[in-house]
Design a protein around this ligand. Structure first.
Ligand code: TMP
Length: 227
């Protein structure tokens, strides 16, 4: 048996984003992926958008709280982009520069889907602002969790019922909005097959994790057997 070389911790880390509609299991998958990558000798950190840095978490509270019509879609896009810029500069880029892998619960495709396809913000405007915010650095890989919108909403409702918590401004939107999101995430993945992998989010959590690790192994060179 040939010994595998130890992972090169001086190398730049990778940026993996996890996308999809409500109730698709993104947060659970992000946490489990970080654990599974760690078992393979890869130092990984979990983060989320909007949020992931002190300033961005403050903006998250502004974005998610209050009445559904609190922000118009353009203002909402700009708040999300301000949060993203802070998150990239303070959390994501420093971690990647230090050799860590960053696994992020939602990122720019959520803006394309929710604010673009869902709420009618001009896609050209979103891309223009995004280019300044990310300085041309796209994620290395995006895992798109695919789940019929009705099933995702039912899962999100069940979760809220358990936590006795009200939905946020976005979860309160009507079902046609969530159908548009579902189509938008699929269209994004079809348009960028090199960056995106679509995963069946109706699968049990263990199978979803295995599929995610396979997708990562197919696209990014990494030691995918446990260390
Ligand atoms: P979460 O429920 O996955 O934590 O996400 C919070 C909400 O923010 C979710 O309903 C989707 C929304 N969102 C956008 O509308 N656009 C974005 O760019 C991001 C990152 C999130």
């Amino acid at each position: 048996m040939t010994a595998r070389p130890a992972p090169d911790t001086r190398a730049r880390g990778r940026f993996i984003t996890v996308e999809g509609g409500e109730g698709a299991g993104k947060s659970t998958l992000v946490e489990r992926l970080v654990g599974a990558l760690g078992e393979r000798g890869i130092r990984a950190v979990a983060t989320r958008e909007p949020g992931g840095s002190a300033g961005a978490e403050e903006i998250r509270a502004l974005l998610l709280g209050g009445a559904t019509e609190r922000w118009d879609p353009v203002a909402e896009t700009l708040l999300l982009m301000a949060a993203r810029r802070d998150h990239l500069r303070r959390t994501v880029w420093p971690a990647i520069a230090a050799g860590r892998w960053v696994v992020c619960d939602r990122y720019a495709d959520s803006t394309r889907a929710y604010q673009g396809a869902g709420k009618g913000v001009d896609p050209a405007f979103i891309e223009h602002v995004q280019r300044s915010v990310d300085e041309g650095r796209a994620p290395d890989l995006t895992l798109v969790l695919d789940l019929p919108a009705a099933l995702g909403r039912a899962r999100a409702r069940a979760r809220r019922g358990k936590d006795d918590a009200a939905g946020d401004r976005f979860e309160a939107l009507e079902s046609s909005f969530h159908e548009r999101l579902h189509s938008a995430f699929r269209a994004i993945a079809e348009a960028e097959p090199g960056r995106c992998a679509v995963l069946d989010a109706t699968a049990p959590p263990d199978d979803l994790l295995a599929a995610a690790l396979r997708a990562i192994g197919d696209r990014l060179p990494l030691p995918l057997r446990p260390a």
